[in-house]
Design a protein around this ligand. Structure first.
Ligand SMILES: Cc1cc2nc3c(=O)[nH]c(=O)nc-3n(C[C@H](O)[C@H](O)[C@H](O)COP(=O)(O)OP(=O)(O)OC[C@H]3O[C@@H](n4cnc5c(N)ncnc54)[C@H](O)[C@@H]3O)c2cc1C
Length: 1008
């Protein structure tokens, strides 16, 4: 309706029709921002509501109506409109009357007056009195596209001399459904002084009483008082505030991001080492690129969806699909009970996990049935209609602590591993500290959800098009479950929309679902999981709990450590394998001559975790850094210098028993210290912290060492040259996951064959052309694929060379040469698989520095600057490799600061199973200034083509962000005499950091 889209600008107000979108509202208010004290602030706050695409379609009226329907929805719009003195015009359908009202009712909380009514328009008055103060806040788990922990808006009219409050409105969102306006506080403030400790303290006490009973958690309570304090400070004369107090007024302002990328290339070996974008980046940017789900379905294709259990630790009583069978599009339902007799009910070739639970439920989110239907939407609707009932429901064991309490462990054949003699060393240690580190999970957050298309073939086999990092494991699983030979299973994968380890062993679950559905229907079937299924069924990063004890001398030189590592291996024993990798990861960047590690595999009722970018290495490298921080804190030393003193150097022996050679870590650390001016920045941070009571900065430097072994990966490569135009096609066994493997392969082929890059195409991975290739993971797939590729090129060159030689130095083009080869019956295809290189192991080193600013009153923070210096050997492609460094570091920022997987302690259900609750970092969570440098002139003699692994290692440096944040928290605690060492809050969310500050608003919030 045109009227509902109207925007009217009157002398004293702006009127917006009910269907005006939030984006249009922002635009209008900004256009007239100089006409009202409130307009600019409301518009700025609205920019923090949802995201641009949502604001472009969402209306302010829809938002209010949603709040009416769901009173616990933390609506920013309601808070803003109420504080901006807006009036809403409402049409009562029953009486035909139109009434104009403020947003909240007379109790300052309810919206019942909008129930069953139509919102017509809202009027925002032009409040242009310069004595009017208006401020709004939104504190979120991350910097954008999130609900608010607490939103607040304050409006105060001041007397002409600005030392008295004439009227005040205090509105909150997020403090529960029964509270919005702090009416008693508003009432008290009427006529009270600004610049008055008495006013502040009384107001805080009254507000505290008002919200004490409505807020659920201490954080929200503290935050509400903190936001009020911020507002009150803004009413005061800054010259009358105590030293550093005015730092509480403003919120953190994010400037435009910037950064540098520094690297060296070697034109002698171009296009190897040449910086260039991913060869498919253009079609990715334009949207033309095709993932499995983009390929056109065949006309007879069906779709299948899992029915998921919604409890953990129970038995299935009944699965009722009586309604499902009559729903449109229904084709078939498979359960554990009616599972085809001739197929093994396994989701992995190890035979230890069921494809569909038959009796026992291990975790909430476990598949109990597969619904097959004519369309994806129908299969989802039908799956939702299936009713599963349970018996013998037990309280789930979810965390490591639960497992310890219940003595729930997998049999563990991992022997303790040690070097030196820790027992003796501890006895002789000058100092010993001990502590605990509790690290949670992380969802892989690939953009392309788990997907597989499967169809039966004429010979009793299957053809699969699947998003997987591990074709071999799917092939083995299907061969095992269906009892057919491997040569009847054809698998292709063009590329993945991200994997990060999540599509390694767990993509077999998707592969089995689609193949099983194809088997029972004899039609092509697509399984395409939604986000909730991916998050709650497929398993994420393994949570770790570590208890450490570390012995050192008065200079902080570490001599011994012992550590108990508990891995939450969830509901299937396959995750125990990750713990085996702990030994590889354990020694981090620091040398310690006497060490003992014991690993414990906890059996719990969460989905079996799976490898996730730098599994074990991320946690164990972080442990090294956390322990160093603890030691430095104990000794009262600067951790940055102390860390350097403990770094590895050539000639030392690692925990794995390797002699350290070509060690770059000290070199990197020193370079970073100098090039980033760490010492002088430490001084600047110190002086900032002295001057600002309510904003603090923290700076930390963290080194990492990622141990690489080329012992298990091998990838077949097929290179063919077409005789009629000399173009080259490559199919290899690595999987393009966005890590740029195809780009590197094309560069290496161009260099080794001596042809232009444009002549080369890399086609999809197939288990026929690249049989027996191992999974893509562990960061060395690009390297090892290129090693095979070099072998292919050498074979081809050895066949081409004699023909070229027979041309007696005659200048011929590549095309002519290849045509001649063809004419002379030269085989223009070559395949080669580089053997594993068991003797070749090396370490990838990196060091990063993060500087953060922290708002003590809210817990909000931003990374002002991050510098990373990384050793990548001779980078095959610095653009791609720096992309990996930046991406891994930002994924680490998510792990350390915003991403948290939480389970319902009664049902075991994942609570954070959508983007509403689960918050990976966004564009405004990355460092404001982000500088990455690849170490120059550092060829790796132990790697393929003198390069180094890069996909996972840089995430290990991201711990510096969490430590820098902890430093900022330490600074504010020190201001209040709280000098005790405290553990790093993990993840260091806005809420956890604020809680760690141990603020007492009623006594800590002062004017002097
Ligand atoms: C990912 C995401 C993030 C979000 N983040 C935030 C956030 O941070 N802060 C925040 O405040 N909101 C947030 N929202 C909510 C968003 O702003 C609301 O979805 C939006 O305002 C709803 O508006 P709509 O026009 O789409 O309503 P619709 O979905 O069209 O309607 C919602 C309800 O309102 C009713 N309705 C619509 N118009 C009227 C009318 N004129 N009179 C009576 N009833 C009406 C509809 O019948 C329906 O019942 C978020 C939403 C999403 C999806």
């Amino acid at each position: 309706m045109e009227e509902l889209r109207a925007i009217n600008n009157y002398d004293d107000c702006i009127e917006l029709g009910a269907s005006v979108t939030l984006s249009e509202m922002i635009k209008t208010l900004l256009k007239h921002s100089d006409e009202s004290v409130t307009f600019g602030a409301v518009a700025s706050h609205l920019k923090k509501v949802a995201s641009v695409p949502i604001r472009n379609v969402a209306s302010w009226a829809g938002n209010i109506a949603m709040k009416c329907q769901h009173p616990d929805f933390p609506s920013d719009v309601c808070v803003l409109l109420e504080a901006a003195k807006a009036k809403v015009k409402v049409y009562d359908v029953c009486t035909g009357r139109i009434v104009t009202q403020s947003v909240f009712g007379s109790d300052g909380a309810t919206l019942s007056h909008f129930n069953d009514k139509v919102l017509l328009s809202v009027t925002l008055p032009k409040l242009d009195d310069i004595k009017l103060k208006f401020k709004t806040f939104k504190v979120m788990p991350r910097s954008q596209n999130s609900y608010a922990y607490v939103a607040a808006a304050f409006r105060a009219g001041l007397a002409s001399d600005e030392d008295r409050i004439e009227n005040c409105v205090v509105v909150f969102g997020g403090l529960g459904s029964a509270f919005a306006r702090a009416q008693q506080t508003e009432c008290y403030l009427k006529g009270k002084q600004t610049n008055s400790m008495e006013t502040l303290k009384n107001a805080l006490n009254i507000l505290s009483d008002e919200i004490k009973n409505v807020t659920l958690e201490k954080y929200e309570y503290n935050l509400a008082l903190g936001l009020f304090y911020k507002f009150y400070l803004s009413l005061c004369d800054p010259s009358k505030l105590g030293y550093g107090i005015s730092s509480g007024i403003g919120s953190l302002v994010r400037p435009l991001s910037k950064g540098t990328q520094t690297y060296e290339t070697d034109p002698e070996i171009y296009p190897i080492s040449q910086a260039m974008s991913n060869i498919s980046s253009d079609i990715q940017a334009s949207g033309e690129v095709q993932y499995v789900g983009d390929e056109t379905p065949t006309t007879d294709e069906l779709f299948c969806t899992f029915v998921l259990s919604d409890v953990a630790n129970a038995e299935i009583k009944n699965i009722d699909y009586s309604i499902a069978k009559d729903m449109p599009g229904f084709v078939k339902i498979i359960t554990g009970e009616n599972f085809p007799m001739e197929v093994k009910n396994h989701s992995h070739y190890d035979g230890l996990s069921e494809c569909l639970a038959k009796y026992c439920i291990q975790f909430a989110g476990q598949p109990v049935a597969i619904v097959i239907a004519e369309s994806r939407e129908q299969s989802k609707q039908i799956a939702e209609s299936v009713k599963v009932t349970y018996k013998n429901v037990q309280k789930p064991v979810l965390s490591v602590q639960d497992a310890i309490e219940n003595n729930s462990f997998y049999p563990n054949n991992l022997k303790p591993f040690q070097m030196g003699n820790p027992d003796v060393a501890f006895k002789n240690a000058e100092h010993v500290v001990s502590g605990e580190v509790d690290l949670g999970s992380q969802y892989h957050f690939y953009m392309e959800n788990q997907i597989c298309r499967a169809e039966c073939t004429e010979n009793g086999g299957f053809k699969l098009n699947v998003a997987t990092q591990a074709q071999l494991w799917i092939q083995k699983t299907i061969s095992h479950s269906f009892g057919i030979p491997s040569n009847k299973i054809e698998i292709t994968t063009k590329r993945l929309g991200g994997g990060f380890g999540g599509k390694l062993c767990n993509s077999t679950i998707a592969g089995m679902a689609a193949t099983l559905a194809a088997f029972v229907t004899r039609r092509p079937v697509c399984f395409h999981a939604d986000l909730k299924t991916c998050m709650s069924t497929f398993g994420s990063r393994m949570p770790y709990f570590m208890k450490y004890k570390i012995g050192f001398n008065a200079n902080g030189i570490v001599n011994c450590l012992s550590c108990d590592v508990y891995g939450n291996c969830g509901s299937a024993p396959r995750a125990v394998r990750e713990l085996a990798g702990v030994q590889r990861a354990a020694d981090s960047a620091y040398f310690c001559p006497n060490q003992l590690y014991k690993c414990y595999a906890c059996k719990t009722n969460i989905p079996a975790p799976t490898w996730c970018r730098a599994p074990g290495s991320l946690q164990l490298n972080a442990l090294g850094d956390i322990m160093m921080e603890h030691v430095a804190s104990y000794l009262g030393q600067d951790p940055i210098g102390m860390k350097f003193a403990n770094l590895f150097k050539n000639g030392q022996i690692t925990l794995q028993g390797n002699l350290v050679t070509h060690c770059q870590i000290r070199n990197l650390y020193q370079n970073l210290m100098e090039s980033c001016g760490i010492r002088s920045r430490q001084e600047t941070v110190k002086s900032f912290n002295e001057k600002n009571r309510w904003k603090k900065r923290g700076l930390s430097v963290s080194p990492s060492k990622f141990n690489v072994k080329l012992t298990w990966q091998k990838y077949a490569v097929l290179v063919s040259i077409y005789a009629f135009d000399g173009s080259v096609v490559i199919s290899h066994g690595g999987i393009e996951c966005g890590q740029g493997i195809n780009t590197k392969v094309a560069q290496v082929a161009a260099c080794k064959l001596g042809v232009p890059l444009e002549l080369i195409t890399v086609q999809r991975t197939s288990n026929i052309s690249a049989a027996n290739s191992t999974s893509t993971g562990g960061s060395t797939s690009s390297e090892m694929t290129c090693a095979s590729l070099v072998g292919c090129c050498e074979i081809l060159n050895s066949r081409i060379e004699p023909i070229k030689a027979r041309m007696n130095g005659k200048e011929v083009t590549w095309k002519e040469l290849i045509a001649k080869c063809y004419a002379e019956d030269v085989d223009l295809s070559a395949t080669y698989t580089s053997p594993t290189l068991p003797s070749q192991s090396y370490a990838t080193y990196g060091v990063a520095c993060a500087e953060v600013e922290y708002d003590v009153l809210t817990g909000e923070n931003q990374i002002l600057r991050a510098d990373i210096m990384f050793d990548c050997g001779i980078s095959m492609n610095p653009s791609v490799d720096i992309g990996q460094v930046e991406g891994a570091f930002v994924m680490g920022i998510g792990f350390w600061t915003t991403e948290e997987m939480k389970y319902d302690t009664n049902t075991g259900q994942l609570v954070t199973d959508s983007t509403w609750e689960y918050k990976p970092p966004t564009t405004k969570d990355i460092p404001v200034e982000f500088n990455v440098e690849l170490l120059k002139n550092a060829p790796n003699p132990l790697g393929v083509l003198r390069t180094k692994a890069i996909g996972e290692p840089p995430i290990c440096t991201s711990i510096c962000v969490a430590i820098a944040l902890k430093r900022a928290v330490e600074e504010t605690k020190r201001d209040r005499g709280l000098n005790e060492y405290f553990p790093l809050p993990t993840p260091a969310t806005v809420k956890a950091l604020h809680n760690a500050c141990e603020l007492d608003p009623l006594s800590d919030f002062n004017l002097s």
